[in-house]
Design a protein around this ligand. Structure first.
Ligand code: GAL
Length: 952
């Protein structure tokens, strides 16, 4: 006896891609055929299961008056109906492919529309296009069932001409959150059901365009481009600027300017068939695998890329054109030259923008089955022939939609889907359909199906071995170029070690760069938390803030990680000592003529002279030594140096004239230690000790004040609120220090007072700093002296016992009762840590305490300024000997450590200041390698000084 009744919703669990849709074809944003956007407000009803409601709502005349409304494009869970769920790779339902749970939130959508005036129902037909619906939809027009489909981030078109009426059309769409398709869409992101991309009705006049393929290659040996547009419907192709006017299918070769991401030359053209004129934007370029390298137009390219998910903090994956443009402009302005569309084809407009502004694109198919890893990949759909039609459908929908974009240079089969015959079938189909591009899939470790050896999160040493060709692998793999499709995990503070990767990429031809994981934090704007992450919606399973791992914050403000990346991947090298300057063009195609160079000369961080610098328009890869002017006359022994900047010489499509593309600093004369001579000694009084401007507690030796400035709680500090990269990912096999730091009690160090010794010109306070339960510690001596006006502290630290972990930080902290503005001479303007310091520019800087904070979605250590010579805050001037790391915040490290969201942090009365002699690096261990040895802060004898003065 069977208890399973057959229901109308069986298609939901069917492995097939769907039924009723038209074959996939090229997407184009505009034509002279009429079209009607069906975006806007739709009627909406949410039901708890796939078949809780019958089909009656699809019938004309159905009364949906009591229904809610949602915006299309949109996700209903972000519009007050149901809730989002975040999991990294776990399926949020039992794994029993292709079955899905009975609890299957289902959204019925209704849209009523009239045809615009002049829409000729007698001429040809019409097509209804859905650009993206998650995860499965069934569609009715005027009561007729026209089909159902899966493949959330792929377009689906239906022929609907015969069903249309001039007025009173009813479009009904039933969207199921879960379907067989969900098994193929296990990307690390929010599960967000809904009609999240455009819905459009397209008039298809008789003789209108069907599919077409623009082949536009470039021969770098002749400078000629060859254009051939294959079209299902015969017509003509014209490109006025090239005097081209040929029949479709006919090749034509003419001299052209090539398209590259650096020089994105597009030619406007038209494809005209009997019934339609479609504007074309043609970029001539040739992609090939040659000499074991990915070459475009005959030259190897170096990808300086990012992985981009589509994200908006209020709209989820329903992005508007301006948001997409913002992404592209931000990327271009931060020297990024490549995007992997992780892990699905983006809104098609995004690729138009990549063509227009110039970005290399790895277009990735909407496929990930990562959750099967939990069962050793058993029953993985990509290795099960029943699913292969769905996989091929996905490959075809991507390739056919996006094949006319010059920016797309590599097709990717998907992400983290294990291995299997289905993937091989996809690769074979893609190679057969489009031999003009390469195929990528990171999971194909032997490169059986792919044209590039791709790795994710490989550590520096492995990347170097790959570069040297010493990584082994199959014979085929050894012949191939290599990229890191993901590296530099930008979760919270970091990623660290990017400059070290870049040096390796630039050292070996085989390494063609990489793509940072990832572009944007997927935080959801939320009244409770500012930005919500996994678990904030009561999900049964979730992966917390692992969804916030981008180079830009959810509101697209660049994080320090993006600023660091911009510096690391600069297209121009500016290096040298104080006398010679070496400029290198690190681009692959463009010369330096778009840039204007300037020099400035600093004394103690202040620019005293500046001017322009003549730099030859070096060809890609060329270097030149450039003569700097005579240094301005010496000014009293200060620290001096040059800063050289390369700026856009004129406005470009993506950046204004003057935009800084690259810079370098060349020190001339080094900083001298701040002069200081102890002239007065400690004077003991009534429970107090006075030393120059300072007052101490006589019993504890604690500093009370410096002149009028009250100081509380000054003591050695080794703790920092652990970063996501300190914490590391649970699956990392390497040592994860944050857990050990907590085990060893570095967050609860005790300070034992051993002696307070006012003697001679020095007040000496001896302590031992150590955690309960452990036998190791830090013997710490504070030596205070004064020259009458100023106060000098020298801290000596001698570790004892068996220190098996590095220290998070080493320095002092203290509280000030009032502080707001901060001035400093040192690295800035943004935070920096030992392995995230490339973008830290030594200069004079000013900020407020609030603006020193970096707003990581999950609060953690942030905001340190590197190489600080002196800082002024709260009426004190602090000079370091040597330079120090400066941090100030309106809450304590303990409060920062305890906070889960920024809304947990409330400013107190005290501003806590940390002056650090050392900081442990950041690394990328939230999903990658830890801190490189040279950036680790090991416990060892240390001595450092600060000179404090009251500046009123
Ligand atoms: C990768 C995966 C990404 C993301 C990243 C961690 O393994 O491809 O989708 O999950 O790890 O943030």
């Amino acid at each position: 006896m069977s208890f399973r009744s057959t229901t109308a919703a069986e298609y939901v669990e069917d492995v097939s891609p769907g039924s009723g849709a038209l074959p996939p074809r090229a997407w184009y944003p505009a034509s002279d055929a009429a079209s009607l956007s069906l975006n806007g407000s739709w009627r909406f009803r949410l039901s708890p299961t796939a078949d809780a409601e019958d089909d009656a709502f699809a019938e004309p005349g159905y009364d949906a008056g009591g229904w809610a409304e949602v915006s299309v494009p949109g996700h209903w869970v972000l519009q007050g109906q149901g809730a989002p769920i975040y999991t990294n790779h776990l399926y949020p339902f039992p794994v029993d492919p292709p079955r899905v749970p009975t609890e299957n939130p289902t959204g019925d959508h209704l849209r009523f529309f009239d045809l615009p005036d002049g829409w000729d129902l007698t001429d040809g037909g019409a097509v209804l296009r859905f650009d993206g619906v998650e995860s499965c939809a069934r569609v009715w027009l005027n009561g007729t069932d026209i089909g159902e489909f899966k493949g959330s981030r792929l377009p689906h078109e239906f022929a609907v001409g015969r069903l249309l009426k001039p007025a009173g059309n009813v479009l009904a769409v039933r969207v199921h959150q879960w379907s067989a398709g969900s098994y193929l869409e296990d990307q690390d992101q929010w599960w967000l059901p809904g009609i999240f991309r455009d819905v459009t009705l397209l008039h298809r006049p008789a003789g209108s365009v069907l599919d077409f393929f623009v082949h536009a290659s470039y021969d770098h040996t002749t400078g000629q481009g060859t254009l051939r547009v294959d079209s299902d419907v015969d017509g003509r192709v014209s490109v006025p600027a090239l005097d081209i006017d040929v029949a479709t299918g006919e090749p034509v070769t003419v001299p052209v300017e090539a398209w590259t991401a650096e020089t994105p030359k597009l030619y406007d053209g038209v494809l005209a068939t009997e019934g339609e004129r479609v504007p074309l934007r043609i970029g001539f370029r040739t992609v090939e695998l040659a000499d074991g390298l990915i070459k475009v137009n005959g030259r190897a390219v170096l990808f300086k890329g990012v992985n981009r998910h589509e994200w908006h903090p209020e709209k989820g994956r329903a992005l508007d054109l301006e948001t997409m443009r913002e992404d592209v402009l931000l990327m271009k302005r931060h020297n990024i030259n490549a995007v992997r569309t992780s892990h699905y084809p983006p809104h098609p407009d995004f690729l138009d923008l990549c063509d227009e502004y110039g970005l290399w694109v790895i277009d990735e198919c909407d496929l990930e089955t990562h959750g099967f890893t939990e069962q050793a990949w058993r029953d993985n759909p990509v290795d099960d022939d029943r699913w292969t039609p769905a996989l091929l459908d996905r490959a075809a929908r991507m390739v056919e939609r996006d094949k006319n974009h010059p920016s797309v240079v590599i097709w990717s089969l998907g992400n983290e889907a294990g291995t299997g015959r289905g993937l091989t079938a996809m690769a074979e189909w893609i190679h057969g359909r489009d031999s003009s591009r390469l195929v990528h899939y990171e999971g194909d470790i032997d490169c059986r199906d792919t044209d590039v050896y791709s790795r994710m999160y490989a550590d520096h040493a492995e990347v170097e071995r790959i570069g040297q060709g010493l990584d082994g692998g199959t014979h085929k793999r050894r012949q191939l170029p290599s990229i890191l499709c993901e590296y530099g995990h930008a979760m919270g503070n970091g990623p660290g070690g990017l400059a070290d990767y870049q040096r390796i990429f630039e050292s070996y031809d085989r390494l063609q760069g990489g793509f940072i994981w990832e572009w944007i934090d997927h935080g959801i704007k939320d009244d409770r938390y500012e930005y919500a992450y996994g678990g904030d919606f009561g999900e049964e399973l979730h992966d917390g803030n692992f969804v916030c791992d981008g180079l830009v914050f959810p509101d697209r403000r660049p994080s320090p990680g993006l600023v660091e990346y911009k510096k690391v991947i600069e297209p121009v090298g500016i290096e040298g000592d104080g006398t010679t300057l070496r400029v290198t063009n690190k681009q692959d195609f463009a010369d330096l003529s778009a840039l204007a160079f300037e020099w400035s000369y600093q004394v103690d961080g202040e620019t005293i002279e500046s001017g322009s610098l003549a730099v030859p328009a070096l060809a890609p890869g060329e270097s030149a030594d450039v003569k700097l002017p005579e240094p301005p006359a010496a000014t009293g022994g200060g620290e001096t140096g040059w800063t050289v900047r390369a700026r856009l010489a004129a406005d470009t499509a993506w950046g204004p004239q003057g935009h800084v593309v690259a810079w370098g600093q060349l020190p001339v004369s080094a900083r001298q230690s701040p002069p200081f001579a102890a002239t007065v000694g400690p004077v003991s009084g009534e429970g107090l000790i006075t030393l120059g401007p300072a007052v101490f507690d006589a019993r504890s030796g604690a500093l009370r004040s410096i002149g009028p400035v009250d100081v509380t709680g000054l003591r050695l500090d080794v703790w920092r609120a652990t970063t996501d990269n300190d914490d590391g990912a649970a699956w990392q096999s390497d040592v994860r220090y944050a857990a050990l730091w907590r085990k060893f009690g570095l967050h609860r160090m005790r300070h034992r007072l051993d002696a307070v010794e006012p003697a001679g010109d020095t007040l000496t306070v001896r302590t031992r700093v150590a955690p309960a339960a452990w036998e190791f510690g830090l013997a710490t001596v504070y030596r205070w002296t004064s020259d009458g006006d100023r106060l000098r502290l020298t801290v000596s630290v001698s570790p004892d016992g068996d220190w098996t972990v590095p220290l998070p930080r080493l320095g002092i902290r203290f509280g000030l009762s009032s502080a707001d503005r901060v001035r400093w001479f040192g690295g800035g303007p943004e935070e920096a840590y030992p392995d995230t310091k490339s973008a830290s520019l030594v200069s004079r800087w000013e900020s407020t305490v609030d603006d020193l904070q970096t707003p990581y979605v999950r609060p953690q250590e942030n905001g340190a300024r590197a190489d600080v010579r002196w800082a002024e805050i709260g009426g004190l001037r602090i000079e370091g000997d040597p330079e120090f790391w400066f941090t100030a915040r309106r809450w304590s490290t303990e409060q920062l450590d305890a906070a889960a969201h920024r809304t947990d942090l409330t400013p107190g009365d005290t501003v806590w200041v940390n002056l650090d002699h050392g900081q442990h690096g950041i690394g990328s261990q939230s999903c990658g390698p830890g801190v490189l040895p040279q950036y680790q802060l090991h416990a060892g004898p240390a001595e450092f000084s600060f000179v404090f003065s009251d500046i009123g």
